[in-house]
Ligand binder design. Sequence first.
Ligand SMILES: [Zn+2]
Length: 158
Amino acid sequence: MHCPFCRHSDSRVIDSRTSDDGLSIRRRRQCPECGGRFTTTETASLNVIKRSGVMEPFSREKVISGVRKACQGRPVTEGDLAVLAQRVEEAVRQTGVSQLDANEIGLAILGPLRELDEVAYLRFASVYQAFDSLEDFECSIRDLRADRAKSAAASDEG
Ligand SMILES: [Zn+2]
């Protein structure tokens, strides 16, 4: 990392801290040549390959805009969407890959969205998984009901 002041090719790390979401590291650096201090942010690169084959950096904004439509009229706040996008990014980064298909992002969205709002989940899943019949909806709703019964049973035991 070149010093932004004098272009010296070396710098010393004087402080590192992990960001609140744990996804990046900020380092305070000092140039041994001119003494100038600057900050760098390190984030592991994560790219999304779109259906068109074009690669672009993963963006939480894209996740949010993809989900927002499904959440129309639902009690979902911008804050909820931000948390959802963060969870999606964390889940994707945990797999350790540096690039993935747009399709896999869609898959990673399904879980957190389902916990957030079941109706929004059904809407999103119907588009993403290309539901083409009532049976597809019935199947998903049956899954949701079964899981709800399971978690109700679990909380009865506890
Ligand atoms: Zn310098």
